[in-house]
Design a protein. Structure first.
Lengths: 607, 572
């Protein structure tokens, strides 16, 4: 908050704003590390609460609903600490990247302010122990996201992006609001510490309410986590500043994972129906998201959709108590890897002056730092999605024959295939000469830019490796266990390996035809999408407009003119009466009649 | 002093009731609750009369003072400004001295007026009224500052503006339904004349619609009051007496229906909204702020005071219908906003949303939802005034009002662009603004009893986000139109009047319980604390039967963190 106010209120230069914002995040990071150091040997969560709003609203009735309070409740356990550190590293990396690579962007101070607002909101969500507080910070993060994605003011593209970035994710925000409302209306509390123990014990709360709340919570997770079918708010905003997109794409999966982890007991208590919905949705997302990423050759869209599949795979683990710790670390890994991929991809796109995968290539030889970055980030994307899901599979949660089990194999393979496509396309193959572009003039990015992506990539890899150490999962305390014996489960590795091998064959050995095919499919998909849009316009938007127009422009004036005519008629009648009747006796007579009628009527109506 | 008083009483017996009222009216007394710093320094026994009649007297003064010399043409503005500033100062004093956690009326005045009819000049304010008074103070001052550029027929304009504020204050503080109706009807005339005399090209139509709908509402209110008076067999129009009367459910339904009709035409709800659409898109900024901010909120006030406060059984029966109407209003308003290209019209539709949310809270009929509804009257009034006011100012400064022309303005008029953004977000309930806190209370409260309506309103908010996004897309983020006239950014007056509205939203949003120093309220006792005792009284009728495990208790359950929290709370 201090950094936010400082940048907003007193900083006037680009460098000053960037330095203050970075310093703020570094201080937050240092504080989080010190906090972690202090709590490293304590298994319990750190908790503190400050009353923000606490009022009596009733003096009778159900005791649970006599008071209403929203607390600034902080609850930080080891899992939340890991999430906080991940968020802060991602934000710091993006700010560092933007400081150099985004120096030509408009509104530099505005960007830093919005980034700090996102940092504030994200930190609040991670440490919240109260659902209302979490919702407030969630919405604040949503506001910052909206402003970051619509950052380049004054262009039609920015307008479109801002429109999508506000309207679509707000669906998830309102779902969260409804879930919180539903839970409060049943339990009379929003503090997680008191709510969760009462989930199964409170009288008068059935599975129906819990299932509805679970589905709504999951809706918020899917929308803000950018999991298919709610990926458009990020994939349609890829023209936003790269650092902004990297921030949003990296921070929100962590927040979605945090929400899912915090409210997992609600889902667990809600019965099999909601779990089935969650699992089917995530499995479908794990397959369809990466497949959609193959339709088209836009670099950043490809990375976002491929990683959405990885995220869906890891999120499945968050729904099983036995794999919570492993899966949560997987979510952190995917988030870091996503940002790393976007930053590295944007750097490569800047150097090669194109975001079209067909026009890119040769990164391995021409970008030495890039040749380190791209494998790292792609591997992080692949492995965090695939191998961590594998680690989750080590448990007995998936029995052969269940739909999840069946879907997992192709899911792993497709994620691997889709996640490695941008790497192979950018790092290998020939970088061709184009109009106004000479491949020999491709320049390496400066170290801070390269280092930002590298830091996120390394973070992703670290998060990938950690669950294999039993001590880490115990340290997280989120539940579950580390891989104790790989056994026959190691066969799962074959799926991502097969996917990776297929990607290598397609995009290294047969790069041009494969990408051409992707491009054509993407064009076809674009046409289908446009037709779907026109159908929506024809059957929903236009009729809606017609109805509103008919009511507003025809119906309301018609009714009003009808009333007006009636009044005019009455006026005419009055005029006639005035001309033909002696008005004083008439008025008096009417008054007497009215009084009598009123008196009789009220007497008759009296109970 | 005593001798003087005795002599006065002896010579003029008509003064006696007045002086008795002054002497016996309960000035704020010390209570067990932590007192606000500075409380009880000044005690007013005629504060409410001053607030009601002060603007009216100043309007009369403005009307009769000689025409100012050239160069002194801003006298009328100055009079209106200082009147409003003074009224706001008095309101703030009254607000800071208001005893929170105390039920009943404060600053009460009671004089017989028409004893034969049982009409009395009974003024008083509880927490609900205090919130509305404060709203009127803030919005009134903002409206005057927004009228900075009014130079043509300024005398009439400011006279009418002051009369409107006087009438609005009268509605809020009247405890006699007959007096309340008089002020309610009196508010109509100056607003209609303001719209008809100072609006845009379609002002006549807008004023006609306003007169029609408000007239219907006034007629319904009068009919409801008379029917209530008659059915209760009462000899008084006093709200408290009428509230205790036992009336058959069928009559209650009719009365509640009439009150609801009066409320929904003023608030307004769909399908009684066309006046708001036209007035908010045609009237000058000052009038827009006053109408959207406070004059229309009187509908919600009557809904809380007369409908939910008196007709309990009927309110329960009609709650689903009212909830459905709220849901319809929110969804329809945002759909209509999606399909208009006029910036002011779009903002006018968005300004209907707070009314829907307020009514949802009233339909919820739970303690929390009623509390939220009253708070949302305050917050929604500010938000509606902000969005409608900023749209009016922006279109004036941009010299364009269609989305095609008033496009891409962020780079050229950043202040107004940011304010438009805040206005849109306040309608949607951005955290840390007052609409979020109160809206959350409405939703959490109404989910218990009206889950369907609450869900539809939430869906409406999603569509509202799409409509807001469309507005922001064109006006703020999008590409500028090269054929559009050159815009100019907010003037100092614009920034101030919009700043007052944003400041009010932020203050209550960040500190709904007021600022505290070591657990002791400082300066502001907190709007939530002011409101909640009155709404708790109101809601006590509607609280559900205690569950077997819960025993009725006078001690409200503290927040779950109360035990663990290091901060102390002013929980009674």
């Amino acid at each position: 908050v201090v950094g936010y106010v400082l940048v907003l209120g007193s900083v006037r230069t680009r460098r000053g704003a960037a330095t203050t914002a970075q310093l703020t995040i570094i201080v937050m990071l240092a504080a989080a590390l010190m906090f972690g150091w202090a709590r490293i040997r304590q298994s319990g969560a750190y908790e503190s609460a400050y009353q923000w709003l606490n009022i009596p609203v009733a003096f009778t009735g159900d005791q649970r609903f006599q008071g209403f309070g929203i607390d600034l409740s902080f609850r930080v356990d080891h899992a939340m600490l890991a999430a906080l550190l991940t968020v802060l590293v991602i934000i710091l990396a993006c700010l560092t990247w933007h400081r150099v690579a985004g120096r030509a962007e408009q509104g530099p101070i505005r960007f830093q302010v919005n980034a700090l607002l996102l940092a504030l909101g994200a930190t609040g969500v991670v440490v919240s122990g109260d659902l209302a507080e979490l919702l407030a910070f969630w919405l604040a993060s949503g506001l910052a996201t909206y402003l970051l994605l619509g950052h380049r003011w004054g262009t039609e593209g920015a307008g479109q992006r801002s429109r999508i970035a506000l309207a679509l994710p707000f669906v998830g925000d309102v779902a969260l609001l409804c879930a919180v409302g539903l839970l409060y209306s049943r339990y009379g509390t929003m503090t997680l510490d008191t709510l969760l123990p009462e989930l199964r014990t409170a009288t008068g709360v059935g599975l129906k309410s819990l299932t509805t709340a679970s589905v709504l919570l999951f809706g918020a997770v899917v929308v803000r986590g950018c999991i298919w079918p709610f990926t458009a708010w990020q994939t349609a905003t890829v023209e936003a500043p790269a650092a902004g997109l990297g921030l949003v794409a990296g921070v929100w999966p962590v927040l979605a994972g945090v929400l899912l982890l915090k409210t997992e007991p609600v889902m667990a208590a809600s019965g099999p129906q909601s779990m089935r919905i969650v699992h089917y949705t995530l499995v479908a997302a794990a397959l369809i998201g990466p497949l959609l990423s193959l339709l088209g050759v836009e670099l950043r869209r490809t990375i976002l959709l491929a990683s959405s599949g990885a995220l869906a795979l890891t999120m499945i683990g968050l729904t099983f108590p036995v794999t919570l710790g492993v899966a949560f670390t997987g979510v952190l890994a995917v988030a870091a890897a996503r940002t790393a991929g976007l930053l590295a991809g944007s750097t490569a796109a800047g150097a090669m002056r194109s975001v079209d995968l067909r026009a890119m290539g040769g990164g391995w030889s021409r970008l030495e730092d890039g040749s380190i970055r791209m494998p790292l980030t792609s591997a992080a994307l692949l492995l965090s999605g695939g191998v961590l899901a594998l680690a989750g599979l080590e448990t007995a949660m998936l029995r052969p024959g269940t739909p999840i089990w069946i879907a997992f194999v192709p899911g792993l393979a497709v994620v691997a295939f889709a996640a490695l496509r941008p790497y192979f396309s950018v790092a290998h193959g020939e970088l061709r000469r184009r109009r106004a572009f000479e491949p020999s003039r491709v320049r390496e990015a400066v170290r801070s830019v390269a280092g930002s992506a590298l830091a996120c990539g390394v973070l992703g890899l670290v998060a990938l490796v950690l669950p294999f150490f039993p001590g880490w999962v115990r340290f997280l305390g989120a539940g579950g266990h580390a891989v104790q014996s790989l056994g026959t489960d190691v066969l799962w590795v074959l799926a991502p390996i097969a996917g990776g091998a297929a990607a290598g064959w397609a995009f290294v050995l047969r790069k041009d035809p494969a990408l051409e095919l992707c491009s054509r499919l993407g064009e076809r998909f674009g046409v289908v999408w446009e037709q779907a849009g026109s159908l929506y316009d024809r059957f929903f938007a236009r009729p809606g407009g017609t109805i509103v127009g008919a009511v507003e422009d025809v119906g309301v004036p018609a009714v009003e003119s009808g009333v007006g005519r009636a009044l005019s008629g009455a006026g005419g009648f009055a005029g006639l009466a005035e001309r033909s009747l002696p008005w004083v006796p008439t008025v008096l007579g009417l008054a007497v009649v009215l009084a009598v009628v009123f008196g009789l009527l009220t007497q008759g109506l009296r109970p | 002093m005593t001798g003087w008083l005795t002599a006065l009483l002896a010579t003029n017996p008509h003064v006696a009731p007045w002086l008795e009222t002054v002497a016996t009216s309960p000035s704020p007394s010390a209570s067990a609750t932590p007192a606000t710093f500075g409380a009880n320094v000044i005690g007013f026994s005629f504060l409410l009369s001053l607030l009601v009649w002060g603007p009216a007297v100043m309007a009369a003064v403005t009307a009769i003072i000689p025409e100012p010399r050239p160069g002194q043409g801003r006298w009328f503005l100055g009079i209106a400004f200082w009147t409003n500033a003074g009224a706001l100062a008095l309101m703030i004093i009254g607000y800071s001295q208001f005893q929170a956690y105390t039920s009943g009326l404060q600053f009460e005045e009671n004089l017989p007026w028409l004893p034969a009819l049982g009409v009395s000049y009974h003024l008083g304010v509880d927490g609900i009224g205090m919130a509305l008074l404060l709203l009127n103070g803030l919005v009134g001052l903002a409206a005057v500052i927004a009228s900075w550029d009014v130079r043509d027929r300024a005398r009439t304009y400011f006279v009418l503006l002051l009369l409107t504020q006087s009438a609005v204050n009268g509605v809020v503080v009247a405890r006699d339904l007959f007096v309340l109706f008089l002020f309610w009807a009196a508010a109509t005339v100056p607003v209609v004349v303001l719209v008809a005399g100072y609006g845009g090209p379609r002002r006549t139509s807008a004023a006609g619609r306003l007169l029609t709908y408000w007239g219907i509402g006034s007629a319904a209110l009068l009919a409801g009051i008379l029917l209530l008076y008659s059915a209760a067999g009462s000899t008084t129009f006093d709200v408290d007496s009428l509230g205790k009367a036992v009336i058959s459910p069928r009559i209650q339904l009719v009365i509640a229906g009439l009150f609801a009709l009066a409320a929904v035409t003023r608030l307004p709800l769909v399908p009684f909204h066309s006046w708001a659409r036209d007035v908010l898109s045609e009237a000058p900024a000052g009038v827009v702020v006053l109408v959207a901010g406070v004059a229309s909120r009187l509908g919600g006030y009557v809904l809380v005071r007369a409908y939910a406060g008196i007709e309990h059984d009927a309110a329960r029966t009609l709650a689903p219908f009212l909830g459905a109407l709220a849901a319809l209003t929110v969804v329809y308003a945002v759909l209509a906003a999606l399909h208009t290209n006029d910036v002011r019209r779009l903002a006018a539709y968005l300004a209907l949303v707070p009314g829907g949310v307020t009514v949802l809270g009233v339909a919820g009929l739970t303690p929390l939802s009623l509390d939220g509804a009253v708070l949302f009257l305050f917050a929604g009034g500010l938000a509606a005034a902000l969005i409608a006011g900023v749209a009016a100012t922006l279109t004036e400064r941009a010299q364009a009002r269609t989305l095609g022309l008033a496009a891409g303005l962020a780079g050229r008029i950043p202040k107004l662009s940011w304010l438009l953004l805040v206005g849109c977000l306040s309608i949607l309930g951005l955290p840390f603004l007052a609409t979020w806190t109160s809206g959350l209370m409405v939703f959490l409260g109404s989910f218990r009893t009206q889950p369907g309506a609450a869900f539809v309103v939430a869906v409406g908010l999603v569509i509202g986000a799409a409509a807001s996004a469309r507005l922001m897309h064109r006006v703020v983020f999008g590409a500028p139109n090269p054929d559009a006239p050159t815009p100019s950014d907010a003037t100092l007056a614009d920034a101030w009047y919009l700043g007052i509205l944003v400041g009010g939203l932020l203050w209550v949003g960040l500190l709904p319980g007021g600022p505290k120093l070591f657990g002791i309220p400082v300066v502001d006792p907190g709007l939530v604390n002011i409101v909640n005792t009155s709404t708790a009284d109101l809601a006590s009728t509607y609280t559900t039967t205690p569950s077997p495990t819960a025993s009725p208790t006078a001690t409200p359950t503290p927040s779950p963190s109360a035990a663990a929290s290091p901060a102390t709370s002013p929980t009674p």
